[in-house]
Design a protein around this ligand. Structure first.
Ligand SMILES: NC(=O)c1ccc[n+]([C@@H]2O[C@H](COP(=O)([O-])OP(=O)(O)OC[C@H]3O[C@@H](n4cnc5c(N)ncnc54)[C@H](OP(=O)(O)O)[C@@H]3O)[C@@H](O)[C@H]2O)c1
Length: 332
């Protein structure tokens, strides 16, 4: 089969090559998925750069999520039940940017027929994180402000649409002024650009009290620090990404006297703590919200596997627009 392989860590556009490799065979408790499509997410490109929480030993194949059809099951009863089904393929170790991927049967989640391939391909990472962060981890109450940085991201847009449905207010931070209009049109309550002045001052100008009590940051560095400094008394910042790879400066006095807090979130850990029935309920919740148009992914360019380097280059472009999708050859 063909697969996108990197033999050393580095810029994805430079280190990825498409090679013929042996088609993998499923072992006990595993299934093989004939892959249809997989998005290019920041976690995938960070994995290739060697700066993600999961660090493989190259040569390795990237790709944490995607959609495909189960074509074979290894020994064991459960895997056989999903053979022939179109599934969301959750690959915690990476490996979906290939014509076939092998994953544990529990990670092959059948997708309802009315969810098209381009939405099913991105059904897990961002939609589930949007639900987990806003409804479960922070459980943002109706009417409260949620400060959201990198708000023009695919995930940021999902959080904005979810806020309209769940009744909390979004105060969005972007790095380019020209990105503001789109988020207002999408339903953001307020949008500021870090290019137009210090974020904490702009935030205070909007919330008028002492600042928001809920915040989300996937950027880190100066942007994450500015989000932390914008928090009101008792405010909670959940850090869920590291786009800059730089630390956030946390003022101990703020932690002590203003009782602010910072915590991390990783979907892999969070899902591992859910029981199988609970995970099933969450999948249904996410699928319903995709159907309603709340957790949909706007798809930008699509590329065949042979052009994986171009796909990663486009995914990394500033102000890129929709999610870049890799088409991997399989059909639903
Ligand atoms: N912890 C978890 O379990 C988890 C789960 C899902 C996603 N995530 C994280 O969530 C983040 C968003 O994911 P996504 O798929 O929605 O991303 P995406 O669609 O690729 O969007 C990335 C966004 O980040 C902005 N950005 C990139 N570098 C930046 C910087 N240095 N400063 C400020 N903004 C920057 C971009 O702004 P422009 O529009 O200006 O280019 C873009 O809007 C990523 O960090 C991802 O790793 C984490």
């Amino acid at each position: 089969m063909k697969a996108a392989v990197f033999s050393k860590f580095g810029d994805p556009a430079e280190v990825l090559e498409v090679r013929e490799v042996p088609t993998p065979e499923p072992g006990p408790g595993e299934v093989r998925v004939r892959m249809i499509a997989s998005p290019v997410n920041p976690s995938d490109t960070m994995f290739i750069e060697g700066r993600y929480g999961v660090r493989p030993t190259p040569p390795a194949v990237p790709g944490f999520e995607g959609v495909g059809v189960v074509d074979k099951a290894g020994p064991g009863l459960m895997g056989k039940m999903v053979v022939g089904k179109r599934v969301v393929a959750i690959n915690n170790k990476g490996g979906n940017w290939a014509e076939y991927a092998v994953i544990p049967w529990k990670q092959a989640r059948p997708v309802p027929a009315d969810i098209p391939d381009d939405q099913a391909a991105s059904l897990f990472v961002n939609p589930m994180t949007a639900v987990a962060l806003t409804r479960h981890v922070l459980a943002v109450p109706k009417g409260e402000w949620l400060l959201v940085s990198a708000a023009g991201s695919a995930l940021g847009k999902m959080i904005i649409r979810l806020s309209r449905r769940d009744g909390f207010k979004t105060l969005c931070v972007v790095r380019r002024s020209e990105a503001k209009r789109e988020l207002i049109d999408l339903g953001a309550d307020a949008v500021i650009s870090s290019s137009e002045g210090p974020v904490p001052e702009q935030v205070r100008g909007i919330t008028s009290d002492d600042g928001p009590r809920y915040a989300l940051d996937p950027v880190g560095g100066e942007a994450g620090t500015a989000v932390f400094r914008s928090l009101g008394k008792g405010g909670r910042l959940v850090v869920y990404g590291s786009l800059t790879d730089e630390p956030i400066a946390v003022d101990p006095r703020s932690l002590i006297s203003s009782r602010t807090s910072v915590e991390g979130f990783w979907l892999g850990h969070w899902m591992a703590e859910r029981s199988i029935p609970r995970a099933l309920i969450l999948f249904r919740e996410v699928a319903a919200l995709i159907r309603e148009g709340v957790l949909t992914t706007e798809v930008g360019a699509t590329y065949p596997l042979d052009r994986v380097a171009d796909a990663t280059r486009e995914a990394a472009a500033v102000g890129r627009g929709g999610k870049v999708l890799l088409k991997l050859g399989g059909e639903g």
